[in-house]
Design a protein around this ligand. Structure first.
Ligand code: ATP
Length: 516
């Protein structure tokens, strides 16, 4: 199946099975804003729990906070967001569509990478086992030509970004003959900077109203609480503050479903360290975060690190964790060494001393910060993309059939157990309810009595329920049920009394934490 088709199916699946809805749908929707539905919210909460517990429970020196979305406007001056939180945008005069100039150029780079990839795949098929990719890359004429184009474009692009040279970005787009995907023309406007922060007014009178911003990242809420937490929590460096919360960005190009939204949620850790040790901690967090991703079991080949070509004004090292989405490798998480930039800025703008007295060194300093920042929604999309599978199966009557199954890691699944009475009568429905009453405080359970058992299994597969339990006449006699496993579709006969243990072992977050 084509990767674009996979993505389309995934979006349709999210709607059909109650994971994600377009916001304000009955009013034709609001662009790049989405709502989480009955199953989506459970999955999202489980993702947040996996992250939160991996920070708070597994690290003695990390604590959490929940800061307000509205903050004093000077914070965004100090952080640099008022002056420098910009994207370079360009419009196509024919289609009137707006694009991020940097994204258009990145897509052009990806096209060269694709071309190289295709040559390599062709050659791999032709040469079979004897194929030596390294040698092919170094000697094949076409690959070398594309690689040269890539290298030249990349060097020019990085220089333009670092110099904030908007004219040069436009020139690159012209020289590369990049066309608007909608109009197909090269009729471009100049590149302009566009601030991504939403603003609103606080206060009742027009005169006294204060212009405030909806936070574009949760990090600043942590920085401005650094002193409070350090003192009241008696925290000793190195230590971290974690937070999960909404962030807002007026994204120019908002597409690819929940990959890029205007209202989204972040899970951020700011880890405060002694100056000079930040790059060591940066390496440590890079590995810790990659382990967290890979513990989900979606295959280590599908992840990679991407070093930043252009460092943000506050960073001395930065890397992204990328996942192989159906539309290519894309960022899921950013890890940044933010130096002492933020705390020093807040110290200067607020006039309050923000330092740490290090008893071991017997001196005070402004701590350095290593940040890990991941989008909940992007992680949600990554997990859905990695879990979605279509499989051919043989149905009960021997016919070939298809099933769509979400192979979600069991600890993240919205529903852990579905209890299905074979029929409503003969007390089977009551027996099924009894099982749910016994287990509902331990796991999210669902009762379903409608349609054939086969159809009910399909519905549960489609939302990723790891266990289905069927209550039949034998259950009334000997208190046993059949338990069916989502991934293998195998069935076992087990005592009802054993269910809690069997399920608990699989759905506990401990299963994931054991791999970290
Ligand atoms: P991008 O390059 O994709 O715009 P970014 O580098 O600006 O992302 P960061 O500021 O590092 O992103 O934010 C950290 C994380 O927050 C990202 O890795 C991503 O998972 C998430 N994120 C950022 N912007 C959005 C958005 N508009 N919608 C959904 N998630 C987002």
């Amino acid at each position: 199946m084509l990767q674009e088709d996979v993505f389309k199916k995934l979006v349709a699946h999210c709607k059909e099975y109650g994971f994600v809805f377009q916001s304000s749908e009955i009013y034709d929707g609001l662009s790049a804003v989405y709502d989480y539905a009955q199953n989506g919210v459970e999955l999202k909460n489980n993702i947040k729990k996996y992250w939160w517990d991996s920070m708070i429970l597994l690290h003695e020196n990390i604590v959490g906070i929940d800061s307000a979305i509205f903050m004093h406007p000077t914070i965004w001056k100090a952080s640099g967001h008022v002056d420098a939180f910009n994207d370079p945008l360009i419009d196509n005069k024919d289609s009137k569509k707006r694009y991020r100039a940097d994204v258009l150029i990145e897509e052009q780079l990806a096209k060269y990478e694709d071309k190289i990839g295709k040559e390599i795949e062709k050659a791999r098929k032709r040469f079979g086992e004897t194929f030596d990719e390294k040698q092919f890359r170094e000697t094949n004429g076409r690959v070398l030509e594309y690689q040269l184009k890539w290298d030249e474009l990349q060097a020019r692009f990085v220089k333009a970004l670092n110099d904030s040279n908007l004219d040069e970005l436009k020139q690159i787009i012209i020289d590369q003959e990049i066309v608007c995907p909608v109009s197909g023309t090269r009729n471009w406007t100049d590149v302009r900077q566009f601030n991504l922060m939403f603003s609103t007014e606080m206060g009742s009178t027009a005169d006294g109203a204060l212009k405030i911003y909806l936070r574009p990242e949760t990090a600043q809420g942590i920085f401005v609480n650094y002193l409070n937490v350090q003192k009241t929590g008696r925290m000793k460096i190195p230590f971290g503050i974690a937070q999960i919360g909404k962030a807002f960005r007026n994204e120019i190009v908002a597409r690819q479903f929940i990959f890029r939204m205007r209202e989204f949620e972040q899970m951020e850790l700011q880890f405060f360290v002694r100056p000079g040790t930040e790059l060591e901690w940066f390496q440590k967090w890079k590995q810790t975060r990659m382990n967290w991703h890979q513990a989900l079991g979606f295959g280590s080949d599908n992840y990679r690190f991407h070093e930043h070509d252009k460092l943000a004004h506050y960073a001395n090292a930065a890397v992204d964790v990328e996942y192989r989405f159906p539309f290519g490798f894309k960022e899921v998480e950013g890890i940044h060494s933010r130096t002492d930039f933020d705390l020093s800025q807040h110290q200067q703008f607020s006039g309050k001393k923000i330092t740490y007295f290090d008893p071991e060194l017997n001196e005070s300093y402004v701590p350095f910060v290593v940040e890990t920042s991941i989008g909940v929604d992007r992680m949600f999309l990554q997990i859905m993309a990695a879990s979605y599978a279509e499989e051919e199966i043989v149905s009960e009557d021997g016919k070939k059939d298809m099933r769509v199954v979400l192979r979600l890691p069991a600890p993240l699944a919205p529903v852990k157990l579905a209890v299905l009475p074979l029929m409503k009568k003969d007390g089977l429905a009551e027996k099924a309810r009894e099982i749910i009453d016994d287990l509902k405080f331990d796991f999210n359970c669902q009762y379903d009595e409608k349609d054939s058992i086969g159809k009910r299994y399909r519905r549960q597969d489609a939302i990723g329920t790891p266990f289905c339990v069927t209550v039949d006449h034998q259950s009334m006699e000997d208190n046993t049920v059949t338990i069916r496993y989502r991934d293998t579709m195998l069935q076992d006969r087990v005592a009802i009394a054993e269910l809690k243990n069997i399920i608990a072992g699989e759905v506990s977050m401990k299963k994931l934490f054991a791999k970290l």
